[in-house]
Ligand binder design. Structure first.
Ligand SMILES: Nc1nc2c(ncn2[C@@H]2O[C@H](COP(=O)(O)OP(=O)(O)OP(=O)(O)O)[C@@H](O)[C@H]2O)c(=O)[nH]1
Length: 352
């Protein structure tokens, strides 16, 4: 059987579980995950190697096999109606991720259930949260309807509902669009993910690898580091602070060798990062009393970064105010890691 490969984008409303799914499929944390909506701001490529599977037959049940494949998974920001310039940029990332895809995974959160009538014969009770998620799912569905590749619907978070609730959801969604497949899954509990991979491979064309076998992502480590810092800000601060922050790595000095030092300790990577916020009040929250919050963000991030880089890490964080940056297209462009890498390459070329 010939090798298969292709790009598969994961789309859905904020908080549906896209990043959790990406990490679960890759078996590694590539995208940051929090309980807060709109955590992911840019599209993230994760490269997954799927081994070939033989056809099996147990009694009367036959399972189709498939050839080995490379799936380039693309996690995207949650689909929502854009308010700020940053929102618009995030939605552009979604549109880019949907161009010339081989398949799309459209993920919905089943805990944002269909309204159920508590008393038979009476109108179902519809809450505000249901209305918002239905509107956002509907907005996503409009995008799906414009696609000309197979779309697999994932009913996510089934660990949170009873099996009896799944069938009505399948019936509801299959009435809205002709999905290539509808698969109930749990990204967090890793339920039905093997089945999902089988189905994805079945929809991929024959083709060679897009990335070398060992490569997990096209994202540079410094971007992953900035994301880990942003994750801790999202988790540790409240209100609108997380949404008003952006992290830029200003210094990233890798050790010359990854070998242990003479004293047995790991070598050190020196990192300095700027946390941008929009107002001085937010800066005060991010720094905290006598720097306590910034220290907490730093030490939580440092642990994760050390795990990612396999070195010790010396992390310096600074907080800077950039008023209304979410409405400034130029500043938002500068935050894009692809752009930052281009600038860095130019700077290095100039120094040589
Ligand atoms: N119970 C349960 N929770 C889940 C599952 N998948 C994701 N979650 C949780 O849902 C929340 C949102 O998950 P994310 O993966 O960040 O969602 P997202 O769609 O990437 O969100 P945005 O970045 O905002 O677009 C997190 O708290 C996850 O732990 C699941 O299968 N079951």
């Amino acid at each position: 059987m010939a090798f298969r490969s292709g790009f598969v984008s994961i789309i859905g409303r904020p908080n549906a579980g896209k990043s959790t799914l990406l990490n679960a499929l890759l078996g590694q944390k590539l995208a940051i995950v929090t309980h807060k909506p709109q955590t992911t701001r840019t599209r993230i490529h994760g490269v997954l190697e799927v081994p070939a599977k033989k056809k099996t037959k147990v009694g009367a049940i036959e399972t189709a096999g498939h050839p080995a494949a490379q799936i380039v998974l693309v996690d995207t920001p949650g689909i929502h109606k854009p308010d700020t310039q940053l929102d618009k940029r995030m939605m552009q990332e979604v549109h880019d991720a949907l161009e010339s895809r081989n398949a799309v995974l459209f993920i919905v959160d089943v805990t944002h259930r269909l309204p159920v009538a508590e008393v038979p014969g009476e109108k179902p009770k519809i809450t505000g949260r249901m209305t918002l998620s239905a509107a956002e799912d509907d907005f996503s569905l409009q995008l799906v309807k414009k696609l000309d590749c197979p779309v697999i619907l994932l009913l996510n978070k089934i660990d949170q509902i009873s099996p009896a609730e799944i069938m009505p959801l399948i019936a509801h969604w299959s009435g809205l669009y002709k999905f290539a497949e509808i698969i109930p899954v749990s990204a967090r509990k890793k339920i039905n993910l093997d089945l999902l991979l089988d189905k994805v491979v079945a929809h991929l064309p024959e083709g060679q690898r897009y990335f070398p076998k060992e490569q997990l992502t096209d994202q540079p480590e410094r971007f992953l580091v900035a994301e880990l810092i942003r994750e801790k800000i999202l988790l540790l601060t409240g209100e609108e602070v997380p949404y008003s922050t952006a992290v830029v790595i200003e210094r990233f000095e890798e050790p010359k060798s990854l070998k242990k030092l003479a004293d047995g300790r790991l070598p050190v990577t020196k990192i300095a990062a700027a946390i941008f916020c929009e107002r001085t009040g937010q800066k005060a929250i991010l720094i905290g009393k006598q720097g306590a919050m910034l220290k907490e963000i730093g030490s939580a991030a440092r642990k994760d970064i050390e795990g990612l880089l396999g070195t010790r890490v010396f992390l310096e964080l600074f907080v800077k105010v950039q008023e209304e940056w979410r409405s400034k297209p130029g500043f938002i462009e500068d935050l894009d890691w692809r752009r930052q890498m281009e600038e860095l390459a130019k700077k290095q070329a100039g120094e040589e």
